[in-house]
Design a protein around this ligand. Structure first.
Ligand SMILES: [Zn+2]
Length: 90
């Protein structure tokens, strides 16, 4: 998918800098499930809206830190999405 490809093209160091900005703004808290994340090394960057729904790639208002399972759960298999839905996070 185009959005994922574009995100992957951002240099690693720039992505680390973005994570630092999000940490300063939000703290080490998952933007999907609102619970703490163990460490920055496992935190991922989540797009709160899909880009094709109006979210810009580098719009900080559209970005937040997330657990890997929360981030990939939203974009990944329907099975993972169902698990998250069952926990009433949305
Ligand atoms: Zn989470």
């Amino acid at each position: 998918m185009g959005a994922r490809d574009a995100w992957s093209s951002i240099p690693y160091r720039q992505r680390q800098a973005i994570k630092g900005e999000l940490l300063a703004r939000d703290g080490l808290v998952c933007c999907v499930c609102k619970t703490p994340i163990a460490s920055m090394s496992v935190a991922t960057i989540e797009h709160k809206r899909e880009r094709n729904a109006g979210g810009a790639l580098l719009d900080y208002n559209n970005l937040g830190l997330a657990h890997p399972r929360c981030n990939y759960g939203r974009h990944g298999s329907s099975q993972r999405t169902r698990v998250i839905d069952a926990r009433a996070f949305f």
